[in-house]
Design a protein around this ligand. Structure first.
Ligand code: AMP
Length: 488
């Protein structure tokens, strides 16, 4: 569940950097009185929404759904956690419901809506949503992503599916082996488009989009409106409506952020101190600890375990099976510290996460927002603690600039290891010094541009880029998804 009071920061249709002829919709401010019934969704969809327990649409839903229903292209500035999945999935179901058929013939179930996501975790989450919201209809939804054997996915695709959620590389494999055909796609969604670009998906996106009829509706969701995203929007969207909701970092009242200046060598013991302090205060010790590298992530997890903290690592070198097991252990409380790379920064909906610790700051300020967005979700409160050493000053500057606010620098709890500098030596005094901050890097774990596999039906784990993330789904929900997972 989510806080439906998220602020709409702007809604505009006249951003000429996006599309010169976009229509203005400035008079559609969110109304507290809007309910799901007001959208005129089919009763089968409304029933599913009710069963989810949603009563009031979130701002992104309130603002987007009417436009999607009206057939408009849409550019949404929203990230995971704002309710954006339902903002596009619900109207998509409505739009293609006229095609629903209980015929067993695959020909009656062509792909009508395609959702592309950058990560398999997000793909699975979107697919779970699509399955829930469409469960009272005859529409079929499925997910395909790399790192697992293709056979099962091939069977599902051959049977026919109207709503397909996919990561680009695996979709291209299915297209290459003529199992997926996009010629009847009516609606295309690019989810977390900024992330897809960061991860080098553009050539794949281009290939896929070339296979979709030009006469289509396109919805693009992105956390940022960088020049690259605007260019993407310009080339793929026709007179889009733009909807923007407040970033998660704007939810300052639910996420309490603090910076501790800590020398790099002391960060591990600083985490121990932080957790001890939480125990003393009677706060939950459950936390996600973000690191920048797979190696650092694995090392930190082992080191924390040696310090008596129940820790588990989740990063791109772990198989999907391992990642799922670790995540489940974390959700059940068997693990209290989930040490993660940015592989876990997006797309995972972990409810009521009390604390996020940045063991180091990410190279990309946007990622900081995604990381801390793991806490304070759905209206609950959370702590976001950043351990920063002197070499990270420029990264801290970038983050503060992006968030348009200074972060509180506080000393570590008593008895802590040596600090990089005291809070009184405000980081602003050193922030302009030339820093050794690394250049912006994209997530190195996930992806290389698509190359058709020699044997498309072979396990994608055999492909070099997939080896790193080869998966064997272990979690029942994921297994169910792969198994065709319709109607939950
Ligand atoms: P999303 O941004 O799509 O990842 O959604 C974040 C969380 O909000 C998910 O757990 C959804 O189930 C939940 N959610 C979506 N829409 C609503 C709504 N209208 N009311 C309450 N919770 C919602």
């Amino acid at each position: 569940m989510i806080n439906t009071d998220t602020e709409i920061t702007s809604i505009t249709g006249a951003d000429d950097t996006v599309a010169p002829s976009t229509t203005s919709v400035t008079d559609t401010a969110p109304s507290a009185t809007i309910t799901f019934a007001d959208f005129g969704l089919d009763p089968k969809i409304q029933k599913a929404v009710l069963e989810q327990g949603y009563t009031i649409p979130t701002p992104i839903q309130a603002q987007s759904i009417p436009h999607v229903l009206a057939g408009r292209d849409l550019m949404g500035a929203a990230q995971t956690g704002t309710g954006k999945t339902a903002a596009f999935v619900l109207p998509i179901i409505q739009q293609i419901l006229r095609h629903a058929s209980n015929s067993a013939s695959p020909a009656r179930h062509p792909i009508r809506a395609l959702v592309l996501t950058p990560t398999r975790e997000l793909a699975v989450q979107v697919a779970e949503n699509a399955a829930s919201y469409s469960k009272h209809t005859d529409l079929r939804a499925a997910v395909v992503y790399g790192g697992v054997d293709m056979k099962e996915q091939v069977g599902i695709l051959r049977n026919g599916v109207e709503i397909l959620i996919a990561t680009p590389g695996r979709l291209l494999d299915h297209i290459g082996s003529k199992v997926a055909n996009l010629s009847q796609v009516e609606i295309l969604v690019l989810d977390e488009a900024d992330r897809m670009l960061d991860m080098g998906f553009l050539p794949d996106l281009q290939r896929i989009i070339n296979l979709i009829p030009a006469q289509r509706q396109t919805l693009l969701f992105s956390a940022t409106f960088s020049p690259e995203i605007k260019k993407l929007a310009q080339s793929y969207l026709r007179t889009p409506v733009t909807v923007e909701v407040a970033r998660q970092n704007a939810a300052a009242d639910t996420v309490k952020q603090v910076v501790h200046m800590v020398a790099s060598a002391d960060k591990q013991s600083a985490i121990v101190r932080v957790l001890e302090e939480r125990t003393r205060k009677g706060l939950s010790r459950q936390c996600i600890i973000f690191t920048n590298s797979r190696l650092g992530c694995a090392r930190l997890s082992r080191a924390l375990e040696r310090d008596g903290i129940k820790a588990g690592a989740i990063h791109g070198d772990k198989s999907q099976g391992e990642r799922t097991l670790t995540l489940d252990a974390f959700k059940s409380g068997a693990i209290e510290a989930l040490v993660a790379t940015d592989v876990a920064a997006r797309g995972l909906d972990i409810p009521d996460m009390p604390c996020v610790i940045n063991h180091e700051l990410p190279y990309n300020a946007e990622d900081f927002i995604h990381r801390i967005g793991r806490t304070g979700r759905a209206g609950s409160t959370g702590d976001a603690i950043a351990l920063v050493d002197a070499s990270e000053k420029r990264l801290l500057d970038d983050i503060e600039k992006l968030m348009k606010r200074k972060l509180d620098i506080k000393p570590l709890p008593e008895g802590t290891p040596s600090q990089g500098r005291t809070p009184s030596s405000s980081h602003s005094s050193t922030r302009s010094s030339p820093s050794s901050a690394p250049a912006k890097m994209s997530d190195p774990f996930f992806y290389k541009p698509y190359e058709p596999s020699a044997a498309p039906h072979a396990t994608e784990g055999a492909k070099p880029e997939e080896k790193k993330v080869g998966i064997t789904p272990a979690k029942p929900t994921v297994g169910a998804l792969l198994g065709g997972f319709k109607k939950k």
